[in-house]
Design a protein around this ligand. Sequence first.
Ligand code: GAP
Length: 471
Amino acid sequence: MKKIISLAKRRGFIFQSSEIYGGFSSCYDFGPLGVEMKNNIKRAWWDEMTKNHDNIVGLDAAILMSPKVWEASGHLTAGFADTLVECKSCHKRFRVDEIEGQGRDRRGTVPKCPECGGELTEPRKFNLMMKTFVGPVEDEAAVTYLRAETCQGIYVNFQNVLNSMRLKIPFGICQIGKSFRNEITPGDFIYRTREFEQMEMQWFCKPSRINTNLARSASRGSLTNKSRIENWTLDEWFDYWKEERFNWYLKLGIKKENLRIREHKKEELSHYAVAGADIEYKFPFGWREIEGIHNRGDWDLKNHSKFSGQDLSYFDEETKEKYIPYIIETSGGVDRSFLVFLIDAYEEIKGGRTKTTKATKEIEILLKLDKKLAPIKVAVLPLVRNKPELVKKAKEVYKILKPYFVCQYDELGSIGRRYRRIDETGVPFALTIDFESLKQEDLTVRDRDTMKQARVKIKDLVKVLKEKLEN
Ligand code: GAP
């Protein structure tokens, strides 16, 4: 992790928030490369949801909502709380689930502080919602909360989206946005923070009861032949989305041996879930959740109907039945995926890949990011910088490519050094302008992973690079 954190800072991916003031605990800022990569992750997810799947539409709801939303969702009650113990000597706080198994006594309690061995307080519940005030008067009437999950904005807009888009069940609504949780023990760099981004999709489907009725009607011959997918049960959708989401990480280059799906035990289910599973990644600090897939049953729409007094049911034209749709949710973290993509792409090559005498003494860092996620797509490099004609040509090429790709121009240091620098930030293609380029109007395109170089005419560059980046 130290190496990843150091690379992230050195190369402009991630900085500590408010660093000049000594930092602000568990908050991070994404630098020039970080914001590009983060946008690429979000774009890849958005495209996956809205282009690679049928019947999913997007939404961008406000972070601040009526506090009633959080009453209805169960987040203001004990449902959304961590159990916390505090050390009576060093006053460090721990989540009980975090220190379970460390120094338990025979009754299963954790009697000692894992840091200093001091006595711990009795466990107590700690709500994770971040409180704020809306308007000039800071009284109880002005209290609201920074959202703790983006999906609540989707549920409260269920009828708006359904009516405006004339959707038919099953369908999905997806959203990307910031969420806030007053985590007791943030840590592991950007793994657990108090401000983070989520990518959530809520899949609205028929309750199993309707499917059973449908099957009965179908066997009586009163229904036209329906494609089976529309009548999938909740369990079938749950399995489908687990697989789809698992495969998304694989498609973006995560090594299969570093990923697994872990089903939730009954006692660890969130307050809203009937069933749940985590997609976990093998971090340097152990297997941890990166995305949750939940069967939320009718918890959300039923409660929002009850608390708002609005009927949030759906009328099924086919069965002529009215029902509250059931929900399968996929809920991933942008920041956690970012960390996963960074860690999984990171490679160290002792002695470097080019065997010059200098290089053999060093460790080369290669960031094998998927081309879709790489923050900078193309680097433009004059072979040497003390030849004005090469520099001029390289700048011309840079100007041609800039409107199409996120490009970088670099003339500082030897060409070998510059290749190293761009490999470290995962740039898929490096273009070198050499003396031949001046005569032939071409340049070399170097592939980050194979280091193979091929000459390409400058006039064909945009087309060739587009093809290379898309494949
Ligand atoms: N709507 C359901 C929900 O929010 P969750 O399992 O609490 O479920 C989903 O969170 C995902 O959000 C997690 O898998 C993780 O990627 C991200 N996430 C949750 N808390 C986080 C935190 N404190 N810091 C960073 N990411 C977090």
